[in-house]
Write a protein that binds this ligand. Structure first.
Ligand code: CA
Length: 388
């Protein structure tokens, strides 16, 4: 009797969790479908980021989406780079040693080799390098810098080869900077992106595309121009020992709030965007949110060496469960995608023994998508959640 009661109770909970559907879904995602695995800058844990080779490896590892970050060249071409500064990820310093300039990048005077100072033809002479010191440099100097057009073509041809749809997840980098500091003009970048994406996929919400940005007004503008899905990224400065998120520091930091909020003197910080009212606001123009992962799962540094290596590091943190943000966003009809899962000391690995276990934890909470430098880990985690 006890067992039967327990089973009944479990079924009721499952049915409630799935809105009364007679075939309960395995996943607590917004749609009930499996979460998506996004190859963060491709398979950037292995290959130099944002190269066709890195994206192809992500597809081969089973990624559902590949993620090109976008910046503009001098002649206004969208290329895949994480930053408008080419210094860290290319051999620009050896090819064009005299071409450094100084620009204001989101409130910080920066002297660097800027993409906007080079034509696409010049950029095509560059080769990508591995920016992360803990990762292999054996591919340095081999691969070119791709345009968005080339990334889309790759996603389509490689997707056809593996027999599934491979989507793209472009990010508009530094929208205000491109409009004002580099003087392309307001929303020129967004118009270019929409025009390219619509030509490639059609202006439909079902296109295998998510457009993401840390800024807000560009997404609000895009919401009037496209039916494609939009994701508001939510950054932070740091996560504190008690698991809370830090955005404020003594001096200006670009991770405090969307840069267009800095310009428009909107007082809201990134942290304010994951509150109930912040999510209601995002829901007016976007389909989903992409918060940094400590916004979603609370981990506490209680100084216990759980890994047993004699050192207290990020992996030792106590995992205290959901912060409630995934649940609240779902309640409001917003997807939740989070970043970045690495596991190779290339970034924050909070509270988990390995990256697959970490991703699995977020998937069990109901995350709709995960960005990983090692997409194979996301695919393995999903397999584990499915129980096969
Ligand atoms: Ca340890």
């Amino acid at each position: 009797m006890k067992l039967k009661f327990l089973l009944t109770a479990v079924s009721v909970v499952l049915l409630q969790a799935c809105g009364g559907d007679s075939t309960p879904s395995l996943f607590r995602t917004l749609s009930g479908d499996a979460p998506v695995v996004i190859g963060h800058r491709g398979a950037s844990g292995t290959f130099p980021e944002h190269t066709l080779e890195s994206y192809k490896a992500a597809i081969d590892q089973g990624a559902d989406y590949i993620e090109p970050d976008l910046v503009l060249t001098k002649d206004g071409v969208m290329i895949a780079r994480h930053e408008p500064m080419l210094d860290g990820t290319t051999d620009v310093a050896t090819k064009f040693p005299t071409r450094k300039t100084t620009k204001n990048v989101d409130g910080e005077q920066t002297t660097a080799f800027f993409a906007s100072e080079f034509t696409l033809a010049e950029i095509k002479t560059l080769r990508a390098i591995q920016p992360n010191s803990v990762r292999s440099k054996v591919y340095d100097g081999l691969f070119t810098i791709p345009t968005l057009d080339e990334v889309i073509a790759l996603a389509k041809t490689e997707g056809a080869k593996v027999g599934r749809t491979v989507g793209i997840y472009p990010e508009i980098k530094h929208s205000t900077y491109h409009a004002n500091e580099v003087k392309f003009g307001k929303n020129v970048f967004e118009d270019k992106l929409v025009s390219t994406l619509h030509a490639a996929y059609g202006n439909v919400a079902t296109a295998p595309v998510f457009i993401q940005s840390f800024e807000v007004s560009n997404l609000q503008y895009l919401n009037t121009k496209t039916n494609m899905k939009l994701v508001q990224l939510i950054d932070a400065y740091d996560v504190l020992d008690d698991g809370s998120i830090q955005v404020d520091t003594a001096t200006y930091n670009p991770w405090r709030q969307p840069y267009d909020f800095v310009v428009s003197k909107d007082a809201r910080t990134f942290k304010d965007l994951v509150t109930a009212s912040g999510l209601d606001f995002i829901k007016t123009y976007a389909d989903g949110v992409g918060p940094w992962k400590p916004y979603l799962v609370k981990t506490v540094n209680d100084k216990i060496d759980r890994s047993g290596d004699g050192k207290i590091t990020e992996v030792d943190r106590r995992v205290d469960g959901s912060t409630g943000v995934i649940e609240m966003a779902h309640q409001k009809g917003l997807l939740v995608h989070t970043w970045t899962f690495r596991g190779d000391s290339g970034g924050y690995d909070l509270g988990f023994k390995d990256v697959k276990t970490e991703i699995e934890y977020y998937m069990k909470l109901g995350i709709d998508g995960v960005f990983s430098d090692f997409p194979a880990a996301g695919v393995a985690a999903l397999k584990s959640v499915r129980g096969n």
